[in-house]
Design a protein around this ligand. Structure first.
Ligand SMILES: Cc1cc2nc3c(=O)[nH]c(=O)nc-3n(C[C@H](O)[C@H](O)[C@H](O)COP(=O)(O)O)c2cc1C
Length: 407
């Protein structure tokens, strides 16, 4: 039997203390210069006290002109390295790993944060009118993105973080390139999968050259984006083979985009009998196992000790990823690692107006991240309507406070 408490050695030689990872959850707590603050340090200290072997930061953006939220941290040439060092050294246990998730929003950025989004092609995201029409990137833009990931990776290592993750899931720029629904290009960056995955592979090569062979590199990838004519499981399996060839140390599996938030909310319309009991991407992980030896982490829906251990023991995955339990049930994580049989909280936020359920649940957890950082504990209940409005209000007001980086 393999338990969640057992350690795990990655291909690069780094050993994780145990098999529990806190998945990335965007913090939205940066100062007006897109720098981390005291709140980041407090939050990550708190999360490290759970004993989880791996903590992955919320998405850190490689380009301050292409944020996903006005509250994102950005790692670039203008970053104040001392502030980044404080964040990197915030963990209670220096043997735990703190990896930075690096991302570029592409078209998936709200109008308040970015009026001029760039994307593989000029395909707009239609959701409540919140997203602007993107411009198709030129080759020069693409080369700039590769360079920005390289610089952000160098900074990540230099300031003392212990690894990094490239965010190629959930509909952000790299996921937009992978998906035929958003990538309509005819050049070497679009068309067949070889071309659509080129940007991700080029970034991985540059990043590996920059950080060396002993530094953990992970990729977060969608099993599918659940869009008609989009990125499908067959594509994802092919990309996994490419990632293995590039020497990726840990593949995190998720799925969906803002249009279909499968990484977050399971469709209420799916019949109970057809739903995976927990961990909705586990079936896909089993298919990866058949074609690849890449270390696998699955995130989404893990809630009981027994199910985590079952998935590990069956050899379906190597690492259990969890997000929301690190908010609403953070006090129980240590007991989970000690082997206590537990049912973690999976709070669903549902409003009388069902069309706002996605936004209400997104807003609820977004507020809990801030709440945990500020107060050290979450709020048990929040008004769904206020939660649904929160992100729009937050992005609008936070966007107004942004400042140009110091010279
Ligand atoms: C508040 C919040 C913010 C999130 N931000 C990110 C993010 O920055 N990057 C990312 O890859 N996933 C993000 N996610 C998705 C989580 O990493 C995870 O895939 C999802 O919550 C499902 O796991 P869970 O069922 O254990 O919560 C976020 C989730 C939440 C709740």
């Amino acid at each position: 039997m393999t338990t969640i408490a057992e350690s795990y050695e990655l291909p690069c030689g780094v050993r994780l203390n145990n098999r529990l990872a806190k998945a990335a959850m965007t913090e939205r707590m940066a100062n007006p210069f897109q720098e981390p603050t005291e709140l980041h340090t407090r939050l990550y200290k708190k999360w490290s006290e759970t004993g989880a072997g791996l903590l992955i930061t919320g998405n850190v953006l490689v380009d301050r002109d292409h944020l996903e939220s006005a509250g994102n941290v950005c790692f670039d040439e203008k970053s104040d390295l001392n502030k980044l060092r404080s964040w990197a050294s915030s963990l209670a246990d220096s043997n735990s790993q703190l990896w930075v998730q690096l991302s570029h929003a592409g078209r998936q950025t709200n109008r308040f944060t970015n009026r001029n989004p760039l994307a593989p092609s000029a395909v707009q995201l239609h959701k409540m009118g919140l997203f602007g029409k993107p411009k198709a990137m030129t080759q020069t833009h693409i080369f700039e993105v590769i360079e920005k990931f390289r610089v952000a990776a160098r900074i990540t290592k230099d300031v003392g973080f212990s690894g990094l993750q490239i965010h190629a899931a959930h509909g952000y720029l790299l996921s937009q390139f992978l998906s035929p629904a958003t990538n309509k290009r005819y050049d070497k960056w679009g068309g067949n999968l070889e071309n659509r995955s080129r940007l991700l592979r080029e970034i991985l090569r540059e990043v590996r050259k920059e950080v060396g062979s002993n530094f953990p590199i992970s990729v977060k990838l969608n099993s599918a984006d659940f869009q008609r004519g989009g990125f499908e499981e067959a594509d994802s399996l092919e990309v996994v083979k490419m990632l293995e060839a590039e020497g990726v140390d840990l593949l995190e599996i998720s799925g969906g985009t803002y249009e279909k938030v499968a990484f977050f909310i399971q469709d209420d319309s799916i019949r109970e009998s057809t739903k995976q009991r927990e961990a909705y991407f586990l079936e896909f992980a089993k298919r990866i196992r058949e074609i690849s030896k890449i270390p696998i982490m699955v995130t989404g829906g893990f809630r009981t000790s027994s199910f985590c251990n079952e998935a590990l023991t069956n050899g379906d995955i190597d690492i259990v990823g969890m997000g929301r339990p690190f908010l609403t049930d953070v006090e129980k994580i240590t007991s989970l690692l000690k082997g206590e049989e537990l049912q973690l909280n999976s709070q669903k936020i549902r409003s009388v107006v069902s069309s706002i359920n996605d936004s209400a649940e997104g807003g609820f957890y977004a507020r809990q991240v801030l709440q945990l950082a500020k107060q050290g504990k979450v709020k048990k209940s929040m008004n769904p309507l206020a939660c649904a409005m929160f992100l729009i209000y937050y992005e609008f007001t936070k966007g107004l406070k942004r400042k140009a980086p110091k010279a």
